[in-house]
Each structure stands twice: as structure tokens, then as C-alpha cells.
Ligand binder design. Structure first.
Ligand code: 26Y
Length: 813
């Protein structure tokens, strides 16, 4: 491709400026003199994007020629983060852009603030998907991420009177320059209807059809020419769906009813499932994603191949949790009903094609769908699920004859209290590989949650510990630290070979290096403080210990344990101002809209923050802030400023965690339990550089089985009793009796059991902080030993253990 792409690949200031001004003129229809800041942002984004388009074209050409095995990642969520700075970085045009804009009288930093983070995910699983795509492209592995282009995505979190309020996040309201829409590639998706038999073959005749309209965003690799894509589907109604007659008769709402019904499918991420409407919508979303994506995967296969027998050699489909598990019966339907392969051949292809990543241990988090709903929406898929189950249970019977109980446990169908389809079972049965996301998690999956399957097919189970993108979470989020590291390591090689950070360990005790390390942290804290002040009015001290608990709200993550610590500190400091080091506690995270118990915890945090921040007795010693609307952009601000990373989930509950990795990579020291990837983190950074506390997973399970009495713990620990009493007597706001009741009643997540050990760990952290040389050495060692947690290593593990996909280098122009 030597044609029009030539226009937009230059990286000199003159070329960049020419393209920027030309985009402003031809794309926005304006000139520098009359352009708004939004015009400049859009033109800049397109100018940068165009420099990736040429790489994308060459990538597609190279993939077409190599006909390689491709990785297709199916995920309900992607948390891509802002794109502008990333793409400036990956095209090496940041400095040029800055200079050109400056020459035009505009500041890059101001313009960059117009960049909007796509709201397409909710937490760890979504960000993991984005980190893996980044690392796949960086490793030159041909890959496509498939997802849904939610109009409103996850809600935007506002705090009103201390409580979470959900607002729609209309992330593409001003137009997203990173998207390439492809209206002409629309794909029809069926729902409902019936199964007909024609010449001995069963065929689904859907009753309703919705169109899937794709768009894609570019996923560039770092330091390579590869640009992969993430392809997102948006639901559209056929233009005939608009009822002209109704409209003509003045019934405008009725006129658009069908259009809205179709387009609701990609309206929001995880619609509330408290109503039948919501539950059906979620299942529709899942099938919508799967149907569009498989159609596209098959189409891509046929661009380069004609023989189904090689499908599984050319295709691996990774299921990001069970949300896309309908892909298993959908591929079977395509192969058997549409392409008329025999069942056994189709089943062998299907199993060899899929791999499944599980992200939970909590049995209550394993998805199931009522058979009745499934049958109504996807009648042919239900038949296929039943047929898969039949073969599966026959295999179980032949391997373990007469074990009816085992058959019941392994079945794809749960019988009681109502018949439901177990999506995790469907995913395991339909895949050749099943992985957990940290060593402990994978072990516990095989021992507990999926134990029967691990006994049946031990060879399918493996571990792939999560990782994070060092480009996103160190280079982009923390440019000051990245610059210091590059200076000392003599280059940026560490960005794609993170083990090189080990070279910093020798500098851990170097006082000049320590001083510079502290300056970076302090500057990052000043940036955070400026944002916090503007967003909340709270003033932060850049010299205080910055102690952060940032992640989704869930009871198992124990934000409440952190809050009990804060309350105890408040009490202690009122009696003795020297009882703790000056400390800023930052909370951030969203609660699921229907998860009442944790929304109450958010309210209590805000109640505590209000009282503590207004108490002159602790001024300058303790500050508490709840930063609203946690997302990738907010993480990029908080993570580089953190000194202490709170990873305090109840052992055995957090599958992996990835915030733990991002924070340690940025030199935060962890206070944490033996849960998820914390264990591997502690092994690597060293027990001396990690504040460990709490029961382990085995002990937690034992306590839960026994006769645990949280009330007795509260009664025998005066500081804990005082903290609970402070909540009860309304010091932080009246009416938090419900929060106390869950603690003193069942205390499901052993918050009280771990309270004392947690305070001791915090006291140890404070003692370390009092010795800056000691603390800084710990901080440096955390960064130095985080190489393992690069998403590049994670992708290499997936490649070697599951995908067996070879890199396809893309030649430079
Ligand atoms: C509503 C339901 C279908 C559902 C929606 C989202 C269920 C689960 C999820 C998301 C789960 C999630 O984000 N899990 C996290 O995945 C991370 C990446 O593997 C882990 O690090 C983290 O421990 C786990 O909680």
C-alpha cells in the first residue's frame, strides 16, 4: 500500500503540522484561527491515528500472507483507557505534537484533557483484556479482541450527600476519533423463534432479527509495527423497524418502539438483572456478542482457508470468563446446521478451538441461566446444549460408572431449585484448556470450585498469572518514574523486557537515587493533590504517607476493614498526635448499583471522611478522601502517587487482583493478605518488603466451617469495640446499624477476625515510614522485582501453554 497512506506517516514537525492543519480544514471544516479546543483535539487525534493506519494496513497484509494461527479474545468488557497519549507514545510523535501545538499557540496538556476514556468495562477483568491486547500486539501475535460497543457503558459515579449516584456515561457524546465504524459490515443476529426439521436437518428459524454493526479501534504494539484491532458490535434495528404509519398518526413513541427494543441490546454494560426484562437483556447481549463475533471469525478464516479440518489450527478463541460461553453452542450450530458437518467432527473442532479463563472462586459468582428463558430466546442452542450434555454425561458414566451424584454435579444443567444452565460447566466442557489467573486461584479452582472437572480432565487445567502493561501503568501513568528508571538502566529496553527492572535493586540503598525516587513520588502526590482539591475540595499533604484502597467495592475486598483502621487511627490521634505518621487515606471504586451493602460502606466512608477532615485535633495528621468515579484515567493518577497499597481481601476470595501489581510496579509497598497474586508478589519482592497479615485461605475456610463468633472478638478488643461504638453512636452519621449488624452477625468476610493483625501490620508500616531511607529502599525493591507481573510475561505464558500461536513480524515500510 503506497498510495494515500503516504500522506500521513511522516514524523517530522513539518509533516505533522501539515497533516494537523489539513485535518482541521478537511475533517472539521475550520482553520486554526477559528478552531475550538474540541476541533483541535479531534484533528490531533486523527493525525496521530493516521500514523497507525499505515501500520494496520501492513499488519493485515502480513497476516493474510502468513495465514497464521490467530488469537480471538471474547470479552464483555474492555477498559482501554484514554487513547491519545498512548498513541502519541506508540508512534513516537509526542514531542513533535507538543512542539507543533505550541507553535500554534496551544498546549498539548490542555488538549489531551479532551480525550475521553471509553466506558466499556467495570473492573479487573476488563482492564486485563486491555492489557493482554496491548501485550499481544507488542509480541506480534495476530489477535482480534471482540466486544460490545456499549452506548453508555458502565455508569459514571457521582457522590451526592455521601452516597453513590449512578449517571449515564455518554463517552462518545462528542464523537470518538479512535473508532472506525463499518456500517457496511453489518451482521444479522436472530432471537426467539422455533426449530424446524428440513430433510432430516434441524434448523433455527428466529422470530426477531437485530443487526450487529461493527466498528474497530486500533491496538498498536509497542516498539513494533504490529497494529491489531478490537472489534466492537453495536445493535441496530433494520430501517424498516421505524413505523412510519404510527408516526404519521402522531404516535411517535409507538413509531420507534421496535427500534429502541433492538438498540437497547448495546445500550449499557451489565443492565440491572432485578427484573425479567433485565435478565433477558443480559442474555441477549451475550448472544449478540457471540453471534456477531463468530460470524466474523469464520469469515476471516475463509479469507485464507477453505478446509474446516484446519479451523482449530488457525483459530483459538479465548473466553474471558463465562459471559461469552454461548460461543460453544453457537459454533456447534454454525458447523452442524449451517455448514452441515457431522456432530463428532464439529465437536472435535469446537473443543480444540476454545479455551476458558475463569476469574472467580465464589460459587455465587458462577453464571447460570434459567432453562425457560434460554429456551425462549435461543431454542436451537438449548437443543445443542442438551446434546453436548448427553455426550458429556455418557463420558462421565463410562469413566465413573454408577456415580449418579457425580453426574449431577458435572451436568451442564442444574436441577434444583429451578432448572438452569451452568455456563462455567459449558465453558469447561467446550474447551481444551481452562485457566485460573493466579497460582493460588488455579489451585483452589481445581480443588474446590471446579474440582470434579479437574478430576475428570486434569490435563485441561493450568495457571496463567495475570499481568499488567508496563507501557500503560508505568511509562504513561508515571512518566517521571519511567524517566528516572530509563536514565539509570541506560535506555527504555525495560518497557518490553520488564525483568530488566532488577537492575534497580542494586540502587535500593543509594542515598542519591533514593532522594530522586522520593522527589518523583512527591511530585506525583502534588499532581494527585491538585486533582483531589479540584474534585472534592479536600487538601492533601504531599509529605504524608499516601495509603490507597482503590478497586471495585465488594465486601470480600474489605474496604470496611480499612475503614475500621481509619476510625481507630482517629481515636488514637485524638489522644496522642504522635500515634501514627501523617497519613492520607484514599478510597476509590464503584459499587454495583444493586449491591446495597457496599453502597452503605461508601456512605460510611464519606461520613468518616467528613468528620475526620473537619476535626482540628487530627489536622495535618490524618486525611480521608473518597475520590469519585474510579476508572483507568483515575488509576493513572492515583497509582503513581501511592506509598502504601491496600490488598486486604479475605484470603481465598480474590482470584488474582491486578491493582496490587500496578501499585507495586510504581513503588508502593503492599499491606496484604495471602490472597490471589499477593502471594506471588510477596515471593518476588521479598517478605521484608511486604506487610503481611491475616488468616490464610485454608484457615479462613476452617473458621467459616466452625463456630465463628465475631461478637466475642469485638468484646475482647477494646480498640475494636471503640471503633464499632463510634459508628453506633452516630459520630460519623446516624443510622449505620445495618453495617454493624453484618459485622457482628455473620461477618462473612472475617473482618473482625483479621482486625488486630491488620492494625499490627499498619503499625509496622508506620514504623518503616518513619525511617525514610528504609521505606524508600523497600519502595525501590518493589519496583525492581515486579518484572514478572508484566502482561508480556502473561501473554508469553498463554502463548506457550494454551494458544501455541507464533508471532508474525510486520515489515517496516
Ligand atoms: C454480572 C456478572 C456476569 C459479572 C460481571 C463482571 C461477573 C464478574 C464480572 C467481573 C469480574 C472481575 O472483574 N473479576 C476480576 O478479574 C481480575 C482479572 O483476572 C482479577 O484480578 C480479580 O481478582 C477478579 O475479581
Amino acid at each position: 500500500p503506497n498510495g494515500p497512506a503516504l500522506r500521513a506517516i511522516g514524523t517530522t514537525a513539518a509533516e505533522f503540522e501539515r497533516d494537523l492543519v489539513s485535518n482541521l480544514y478537511f475533517e472539521r471544516g475550520t482553520t486554526m484561527e477559528s478552531a475550538s479546543a474540541q476541533d483541535v483535539y479531534q484533528s490531533l487525534a486523527v493525525t496521530v491515528r493516521d500514523r497507525l493506519v499505515d501500520r494496520r494496513a501492513r499488519t493485515a497484509t502480513a497476516h493474510q500472507a502468513a495465514n497464521p494461527r490467530c488469537v480471538y479474545y471474547l470479552s464483555a468488557e474492555y477498559m482501554l483507557g484514554r487513547q491519545l497519549r498512548q498513541n502519541l507514545q506508540y508512534t513516537g510523535t509526542e514531542e513533535v505534537a507538543r512542539d507543533v501545538l505550541k507553535g500554534l499557540g496551544v498546549s498539548l496538556d490542555e488538549i489531551a484533557d479532551f480525550d475521553v476514556e471509553p466506558s466499556l468495562g467495570n473492573g479487573g477483568l476488563g482492564r486485563l483484556a486491555a492489557c493482554l491486547l496491548d501485550a499481544l500486539a507488542t509480541a506480534d501475535i495476530p489477535a482480534v479482541g471482540y466486544g460490545i460497543r456499549y452506548d453508555l457503558g458502565l455508569f459514571r459515579q457521582a457522590i451526592v450527600d455521601g452516597a453513590q449516584v449512578e449517571r449515564p456515561d455518554d463517552w462518545a457524546f462528542d464523537g470518538s476519533p479512535w473508532e472506525f465504524p463499518q456500517q457496511d459490515d453489518r451482521q444479522a443476529v436472530g432471537f426467539y423463534g422455533r426449530v424446524e426439521v428440513e430433510a432430516g436437518r434441524r434448523r433455527w428459524i428466529p422470530e426477531e432479527t437485530v443487526l450487529g454493526e461493527p466498528s474497530h479501534m486500533l491496538v498498536p504494539g509497542y516498539g513494533t509495527q504490529t497494529v491489531n484491532i478490537v472489534r466492537l458490535w453495536r445493535a441496530r434495528a433494520d430501517s424498516d423497524a421505524f413505523n412510519l404509519a404510527d408516526f404519521a398518526a402522531g404516535r411517535s413513541a409507538e413509531a420507534v418502539q421496535e427500534v429502541l427494543r433492538s438498540e437497547n441490546i448495546s445500550k449499557v454494560l451489565y443492565p440491572a438483572d432485578s427484573t425479567e426484562f433485565g435478565r433477558e437483556l443480559r442474555l441477549k447481549q451475550q448472544y449478540f456478542l457471540v453471534s456477531c463475533s463468530l460470524w466474523d471469525i469464520v469469515r476471516r478464516f475463509h479469507l485464507r482457508n477453505s478446509d474446516w479440518t484446519v479451523f482449530a489450527d488457525k483459530t483459538v478463541i479465548q473466553l474471558n470468563d463465562t459471559h461469552p460461553a454461548l460461543a460453544v453452542p453457537e459454533l456447534m450450530r454454525l458447523l452442524v446446521d449451517e455448514y452441515e458437518l457431522d456432530w463428532d467432527t464439529a465437536w472435535s473442532i469446537t473443543r480444540r478451538t476454545f479455551a476458558y479463563t475463569c476469574h472467580t472462586l465464589l460459587p455465587e459468582a458462577l453464571e447460570t441461566w434459567p432453562v425457560a428463558l434460554f429456551e425462549r430466546l435461543l431454542p436451537r442452542h438449548l437443543e445443542i446444549v442438551y446434546a453436548i450434555n448427553q455426550t458429556h454425561l455418557d463420558e462421565v458414566e463410562s469413566r465413573f460408572p454408577g456415580d449418579g451424584d457425580l453426574r449431577r454435579r458435572l451436568s451442564l444443567i442444574q436441577e434444583e431449585p429451578e432448572r438452569r444452565i451452568r455456563m462455567a460447566h459449558l465453558a469447561v466442557v467446550g474447551s481444551h484448556a481452562v485457566n485460573g489467573v493466579a497460582e493460588l486461584h488455579s489451585r483452589l479452582l481445581a480443588e474446590t470450585t471446579l474440582a470434579d472437572f479437574a478430576r475428570l480432565w486434569p490435563e485441561r487445567f493450568r495457571n496463567v498469572t495475570n499481568g499488567v502493561s508496563p507501557r500503560r501503568f508505568l511509562r504513561l501513568a508515571n512518566p517521571r518514574l519511567a524517566a528516572l528508571i530509563s536514565e539509570r538502566l541506560g535506555g527504555e529496553g525495560w518497557l518490553t523486557d520488564l525483568d530488566q527492572l532488577r537492575g534497580l535493586a542494586a540502587l535500593a540503598g543509594d542515598s542519591e537515587f533514593q532522594r530522586r525516587w522520593r522527589v518523583v513520588k512527591r511530585d506525583n502526590k502534588l499532581d494527585l493533590a491538585a486533582y483531589v482539591r479540584a474534585a472534592t475540595g479536600v487538601v492533601l499533604d504531599p509529605d504524608a504517607l499516601c495509603d490507597v484502597h482503590v478497586k471495585r467495592f465488594h465486601e470480600y475486598k474489605r474496604q470496611l476493614l480499612k475503614l475500621l483502621h481509619v476510625i481507630t487511627l482517629h481515636d488514637r490521634l485524638r489522644a496522642d498526635p504522635g500515634a501514627d505518621v501523617p497519613r492520607t487515606v484514599v478510597f476509590a471504586g464503584k459499587a454495583a448499583p444493586s449491591y446495597h451493602a457496599v453502597k452503605r460502606i461508601i456512605q460510611l466512608i464519606n461520613g468518616v471522611a467528613k468528620v475526620v477532615n473537619a476535626d482540628p485535633a487530627v489536622a495535618g495528621r490524618l486525611t480521608v478522601v473518597f475520590l469519585p468515579d474510579y476508572n483507568v484515567t483515575r488509576a493513572e493518577l492515583i497509582v503513581p502517587a501511592a506509598d502504601l497499597s491496600e490488598q486486604i481481601s479475605l484470603a481465598g476470595k480474590e482470584a488474582s487482583g491486578t491493582g496490587n501489581m500496578k501499585l507495586a510496579l510504581n513503588g508502593a509497598v503492599t499491606v496484604g493478605t495471602l490472597d490471589g497474586a499477593n502471594i506471588e508478589l510477596r515471593d518476588r519482592v521479598g517478605a521484608d518488603n511486604f506487610f503481611l497479615f491475616g488468616v490464610d485461605a485454608a484457615c479462613a475456610a476452617e473458621v467459616r466451617r466452625g463456630d465463628y463468633r465475631p461478637g466475642e472478638i469485638a468484646g475482647s478488643d477494646p480498640e475494636l469495640a471503640a471503633a464499632l461504638a463510634a459508628i453506633a453512636d452516630g459520630r460519623y452519621g446516624a443510622g449505620f446499624g445495618d453495617v454493624l449488624d453484618t459485622l457482628l452477625g455473620r461477618d462473612e468476610y472475617l473482618t473482625l477476625a483479621d482486625y488486630r493483625a491488620y492494625l499490627d501490620a499498619q503499625d509496622a508500616a508506620a514504623a518503616a515510614w518513619r525511617d525514610p531511607a528504609r521505606w524508600t529502599a523497600m519502595s525501590i525493591r518493589n519496583t525492581a522485582h515486579c518484572g514478572f507481573f508484566s502482561a508480556d510475561r502473561t501473554v508469553a505464558d498463554y502463548r506457550d501453554r494454551i494458544w501455541h500461536a507464533d508471532p508474525v513480524p510486520v515489515p517496516p515500510r
